[in-house]
Structures are given as C-alpha cells and as structure tokens.
Design a protein around this ligand. Structure first.
Ligand code: PGA
Length: 316
C-alpha cells in the first residue's frame, strides 16, 4: 500500500470531523485537496473509506479499521517525539487529561506549577462527568483520567491519591444548619437538587438514599456543581456535593455543611490509565508530579472549618 503520512493525516482529520470541509480548515488546505488525497488513499487501499449519505460522511468498515491504525501510528510518533525531546534533556509534547467535575477544583493549580516546570508542554484538559469519562476511556482519547470510581469493565491501572468526601450542603439559614447532628431521616421530603444522569456524585447519593430508605423530593436536576451551589443559595433546596466544591467559598459564604448521619460519603480520587497504554514521557512525569503534590495539599475539611462553613459547634 503506497500511502503517505500526509494522506493518513488528512484521512484521520476527515474521519474525526466527519467532513471534508472541516478537515480542510483544520489542516489549512483546500477542500478539493482533501477529497483528492482521500481518493488516492482509497485507491491505494483498494476499498472505499467513506460513504456519503446526504451531507454526512460515514466510515466504511475498511475506513474504521484504518482510523484505529492511524490513531495508533500518530500516538506512537508523538511518543517518539517526546522521547527524543527527553533524550535532549527537555520535555515537550502534549498531555491529554480528562477529569471528573470535582477534580477541576485542584487539577488546574497542579497543572499550573507542572507547566512552569516544563514550559514546552501543551495541555488538553477535559472536565466532564463519570459517564463521559468512561466513554473517553473506551475510545482511548486521553493519557490520564481522574475518577472517583474506576469503571470495573475496563482494564485500568489506577491508584488513589486524595480523599473526595461528599457532604450535604444547604443554605446558611436552613433550619437544620444549627443542628449538631441531623438524623438521616430528616432529609425525607426535603427539596433536593440532584446532579444529572451519568454523574458519579448522583450515583453515590442515590445508593446511600436507597440503602437507608431516604426519599428526598428532587426538585431540580443540574449538570454543574457551581450551578447547584447557586440554586441552593437561591432557596431551591439542599444537595450533596463533593467537599472540594466549597474550597473557594470565603468566610461570608451563604452555604453551610449539614452534619447529617452517614455523611460524609467517603470517596477517593484515583488517577487512572488504560492498562495496555504506553504512557508518554510527559504523562509519566505528570503522574509522578500529581502523586507527589497531592500529598502536600491540605484536606478539604480543614479548609472548610477555617472558613466556618461547618457550624461552629461541630468539633474540628
Ligand atoms: P461526577 O463525578 O462529576 O460524575 O459527579 C464527581 C465525583 O465522582 O467525584
């Protein structure tokens, strides 16, 4: 097969976008150049690579197989470039991370100091919920993942590195905010703001409520921790969120952590990657850096207590 690396790049971009035009835009070439490169590549393969139905392009079976091969080749070439940079004593290349929503409260800070140490690195950071991360893992889209619950049906290598407790959050003037200990049953019939389907937080909350027969009234579903905090302040109800979501709240926060029985739900963050994946030099460097730096981070509850978000009578 007489395919050039350039043709493979054009093919990969076209397959990713499902469009000749968008591939042309990304690669700064014209649309007719893209279609002629694809035509030549199909000729070299001896089979069509795309089917056009309406305006949309679909990969044929041969096209899908070629896409996997291209992704493998480009990843190896990227790794090779990073290794060469490493041999030369510099770290260069791209680090692809995907993290669950709660990790956005600390990962950008760690990334900041990591990038200062290695200025030649580009970072792509995707922040999304548990289910979306799982899909990205299945598609081998990133180098490293941060999750609270490593999916069991995927072959992953992972290690825990920080606690990620889930707590009950209410508005500061909520009647239960001054209770030294709130029985779990008190949550029955409370107006509740729930994270969206596919969220790991939601899964953990529903599991605990089902186990103890708690029936809250779900008034609102929201796909963002920050939006939930605003909805609590707006008086729409209480919710359960990671304690880390409160880290930037100051002493005048309008939120309080309720001291409810069975809470916090103890969870941890794990840094994970696909077991078969050969980690790039940069991904390995970041993994080590993350494990080292996270040991130095204060626990969220110590920050919260100093911010008086937890009622004063709760002993530290
Ligand atoms: P979620 O995950 O964004 O899917 O709720 C957060 C977590 O599990 O800590």
């Amino acid at each position: 097969m007489q395919a050039t690396l350039h043709q493979l790049k054009v093919f990969e971009a076209t397959a990713r976008h499902g469009s000749f035009t968008r591939a042309a835009e990304e690669l700064f070439i014209t649309q007719p150049t893209v279609s002629s490169q694809i035509k030549q590549l199909s000729k070299a393969v001896g089979l069509p690579l795309f089917e056009q139905i309406g305006k949309r392009l679909y990969l044929t079976e041969a096209g899908a197989e070629l896409l996997v091969t291209c992704q493998d080749i480009f990843q190896r070439l990227d790794n090779f470039e990073m290794k060469v940079a490493d041999f030369k004593g510099t770290k260069q290349g791209c680090l692809r991370l995907a993290v669950i929503t709660t990790a956005k409260y600390f990962i950008p800070r760690i990334l900041g100091s990591f990038c200062q140490r290695y200025p030649g690195i580009d970072v792509s950071l995707k922040v999304t919920n548990h289910q979306q991360i799982q899909t990205r893992m299945q598609n081998n889209e990133d180098d490293l993942y941060i999750v609270s619950q490593p999916p069991e049906d995927l072959e992953l290598t992972y290690q825990p590195f920080l606690e990620n407790p889930l707590v009950v959050i209410a508005r500061r003037d909520h009647p239960l905010a001054n209770w030294p200990q709130v029985p779990l049953a008190k949550l029955n019939n409370e107006a509740f703001i729930m994270r969206e389907k596919g969220s790991g937080t939601r899964q953990a909350v529903q599991q605990l409520f089902a186990q103890y027969g708690v029936e809250v009234q779900v008034r609102l579903e929201l796909g963002s921790n920050e939006a939930i905090k605003q909805a609590i302040i707006g008086g729409l109800g209480i919710s359960v969120l990671s304690e880390h979501t409160l880290i930037s709240e100051g002493p005048h926060s309008e939120l309080a952590v309720l001291n409810v029985e069975q809470f916090p739900i103890q969870r941890r963050w794990y840094v994970a990657h696909l077991s078969g994946k050969q980690l790039s030099v940069i991904a390995r460097a970041f993994l080590e850096y993350l494990l080292e730096e996270s040991q130095k981070m204060p626990k969220p509850s110590s920050l919260l207590r100093s911010n008086v978000l937890i009622p004063a009578h709760v002993s530290p």
